[in-house]
Write a protein that binds this ligand. Structure first.
Ligand code: ATP
Length: 300
């Protein structure tokens, strides 16, 4: 079986409100999945149920684990706002996390050292966590989540609070982990998801409203267009008035819909070439993941 986790009809109710509403999905082994949604969509609640921190109201979670009965060993969790004991060193903290996750006490320190090295905190391992910067804390948070080599790694907004350099560093670490771990992470920073994600899950008001691979989602929402760069807005407007194709204008740029008939670039160039317009560039444009996100979460 290639499936590591399957959740079926998962629901979490708070009074009359459903924070998570009948959500079903699977995670295949050694794949990476992004849980995408705006604030309040139910991402944290979903991850917390998977991590065993919250009990679902209804629905089931099945995890295909090797070591039966000891879920701690199979799941690693990085909460959105990880807490550390400020008086412990990074090494002491990570060693403690290793032991709490079931690593044999005799090897916990060595494993903690290796993990801190991996996340780039080798030189800071003897420093107290209270002195750490935001980026260092996020690396330490990742270290405590992976020190016991879990089969499933759950990360709640692992990069949202970081600057672009910190984000890149954490995403690079996750890419390295991807080969040997199943990763489920929540995010609303879509550019990060673009790089390392096998499956996208879109949540809106607790419901799973779209899912698929990057290609599938793009295919469905990308609405491919040709982007024609005129040298000025006036020419772009003139073209729009006479355009044989559905088109819209943004300043000197005109977007021509490729549509179901799969309008060919050659055809567009021929029409443009027969006119007196001066063009600088024509290219095929697809919606960014950011634009797709807005489409998906604003629908309905
Ligand atoms: P964010 O990006 O802001 O962290 P999220 O997608 O993680 O959002 P959740 O934190 O899972 O969203 O919250 C989903 C919904 O459940 C929200 O409407 C929230 O107000 C509600 N909720 C979460 N926890 C509780 C609670 N303990 N009691 C009552 N309502 C809650």
């Amino acid at each position: 079986m290639n499936t590591l986790l399957h959740m079926q009809g998962l629901t979490k109710e708070y009074g009359k409100e459903k924070a998570v509403d009948n959500v079903t999905f699977s995670l295949n082994k050694n794949t990476s999945t992004a849980l995408i949604g705006p604030n309040g969509a139910g991402k944290t609640t979903t991850l917390s149920m998977l991590a065993g921190l919250l009990k679902q109201t209804t629905g089931s979670i099945e995890l295909d684990v090797g070591i039966k009965g000891d879920i701690r060993r199979e799941i690693g969790f990085l909460p959105q706002y990880p807490q550390f004991y400020s008086w412990l060193t990074a090494l002491e903290f990570t060693e403690m996390a290793a032991k709490l996750s079931g690593v044999d006490a005799k090897i916990a320190k060595v494993e903690a050292e290796k993990t801190l090295e991996f996340v780039g905190l080798g030189e800071a391992k003897k420093k107290k966590t209270g002195t750490f910067s935001g980026g260092m804390k996020q690396r330490l948070g990742l270290a405590q989540a992976i020190v016991h080599k879990p089969a499933l790694l759950l990360l709640d907004e692992p990069v949202s609070a970081l600057d672009p350099i910190g984000r890149r560093e954490i995403m690079n670490l996750l890419k390295e982990l991807q080969a040997k771990t199943t990763i489920l992470y929540s995010t609303h920073i879509l550019n990060d998801a673009e790089e390392m994600t096998d499956q996208l899950l879109f949540l809106r008001k607790g419901k799973l409203v779209e899912q698929g691979s990057m290609e599938e989602v793009r295919e469905k929402y990308a609405n491919p267009q040709y982007k024609v760069y005129f040298t000025n807005s006036e020419e772009a407007s003139q073209f729009i008035e006479t355009s044989p194709y559905p088109a819209r204008q943004e300043g000197p740029i005109v977007f021509i819909e490729i549509g179901e008939g799969k309008l060919q670039m050659n055809e567009v160039l021929r029409v443009l070439g027969n006119s007196n317009f001066s063009l600088s560039k024509v290219e095929r444009a697809t919606a960014s993941l950011e634009e797709i996100f807005l489409q998906v979460v604003n629908e309905g």
